[in-house]
Design a protein around this ligand. Structure first.
Ligand code: HOZ
Length: 434
């Protein structure tokens, strides 16, 4: 695999960008080697600066459920572009996106649009604190809610990938207000709530964890969280930045039938451009400025280009769901891929754990059930790195980290999955030979 151009670009990049990248996991730190510099994408395919072609299972870390440069989204963006790029004033299209989110996501009666998932989650906990008058939050080990100070405590995603135990620059007084317990551990939640309820503003959770690899909620875990938080006046926040419009039009909350007080969204709602959102109960959202006193703002919030891409994406998803039952098809493709991977594992006599949820999956390089971060962290990440490179050399683009998700998009075909499986068998074989 030729990487001449990517290597040259990366060597230049490290001179002016910390680590050569604008988000840490892109640097391939945990799998080694040089990241390909991507030149273009179309549908399920990516091409790098050296002309290598890949089938993309990263989807820009989740947003591109319609694949790259989806023509209806591109057309709408082209139309919008000629009208100006930013006004810092209300536009009709942001209203249409907000209305669409309110209509489709069960918990969302009112919504505020922001520019990233991190902004959404940090604003949501400020709101939870402002609404309840309480200081502490409870999150789950291995869950990742963006990079705001309050969340970089036992966090997943890049923090887990790089093995960063805590982050310098975050005062202990701040991180001390973030309590953590293992994912799927109802007894640990009960313990914390018993001790801390009077000062606990919210419990924030990825309803399907996807930043320690994919870890679905155990049966009854989400209803349990709903019940215990409601009983103590604690707000329940679902971080659906990844699962929103990924598990269905109503996200994980509709899929599992559990309605949180607040929901954070990002990724898919921007259709590949920067959009985040937080929303929920009208009485809680009434506290957000200027309707209420909890301040939050953004020059580029509701940016006309970004919300155009988001709206075009959600409209396309709704249309596909009506026409062909998109989410059932995505789940079928997910099942097909999972069956194939399990067959490969059997043929190679390997005991690895595959977790799936709809169109998301993670193959953990460890045996035994993975229900929380402690189990995920037992993965042999070095061997994952070998597997990752064997897949990349065979044209399959996966996340350069064990603790992320593999995403199937609406433009992947069964033939793409067959190519994945062919590569998977060979890559596993080589990875375990060494
Ligand atoms: N939330 C993404 C990881 N699961 C972000 C990727 C990144 O950190 O760049």
């Amino acid at each position: 695999m030729d990487q001449t151009r990517s290597r040259a670009l990366f060597a230049e990049a490290v001179r002016c960008i910390p680590g050569g990248v604008n988000s840490p996991v892109r640097a391939f730190g945990s799998v080694g080697g040089t990241p390909p510099f991507i030149e273009r994408g179309a549908g399920a395919r990516l091409w790098d600066a050296d002309g290598n072609e890949y089938i993309d299972f990263v989807a820009s870390w989740g947003p591109l459920i319609l694949g790259h440069a989806y023509p209806p989204v591109v057309r709408r963006l082209e139309e919008a572009l000629g009208k100006g790029t930013s006004f810092g004033a209300p536009v009709a299209v942001e209203l249409a996106l907000a209305q669409t989110i309110c209509r489709l996501v069960p918990s969302v009666e009112k919504v505020r649009l922001v520019s990233s998932g991190t902004e959404a989650t940090m604003s949501a906990i400020r709101l939870a604190r402002g609404f309840t008058g309480r200081r502490k939050i409870l999150k789950f080990e291995g869950c990742y809610h963006g990079h705001a100070d309050a969340f970089l405590v036992k966090a997943g995603s890049g923090v887990a990938t790089l093995g960063i135990p805590g982050c310098p620059g975050i005062p202990a007084e701040v991180s001390g207000l973030t309590l953590t317990v293992p994912y799927n551990d109802a007894a640990a939640v009960t313990d914390v709530v018993r001790r801390e309820a009077a000062d606990l503003a919210c419990v924030i959770v990825e309803p399907v964890a996807a930043n320690m690899g994919v870890v679905p909620p155990a049966d009854g875990f989400l209803p349990f969280l709903r019940e215990i938080t409601a009983a103590h006046g604690i707000l329940l926040v679902f971080d659906e930045v990844i699962t929103g419009f990924r598990l269905g039009l109503g996200g994980a909350q509709a899929h599992y039938g559990v309605t949180p007080d607040l929901t954070t969204l990002g990724k898919i709602i921007g259709g590949g451009l920067p959009v985040g959102a937080y929303g929920g109960r009208a009485d809680v959202m009434a506290h957000v400025a200027p309707a209420g006193p909890v301040y939050q703002a953004g020059t580029l919030s509701g940016n006309p280009l970004a919300v155009t891409a988001g709206l075009a994406t959600l409209e396309a998803l709704e249309q596909m769901e009506r026409d062909e039952g998109l989410y059932a098809r995505l789940a079928r493709l997910g099942g097909h891929l999972a069956d194939g991977i399990r067959r490969d594992l059997e043929r190679l006599n390997l005991c690895l754990t595959l977790n799936t949820a709809g169109s998301m999956a993670t193959l953990f390089f460890t045996d035994g059930a993975v229900r929380d971060f402690a189990a995920a962290a037992r993965s042999d990440t070095k061997r994952y790195g070998r597997y990752f490179w064997e897949m990349l050399r065979r044209g399959i683009y996966l996340a350069p980290s064990q603790f992320e998700a593999c995403f199937i998009s609406a433009v992947h075909t069964e033939a793409d999955l067959e190519l994945f499986l062919k590569a998977n068998y060979e890559a596993l074989k080589v990875a375990f030979e060494k």
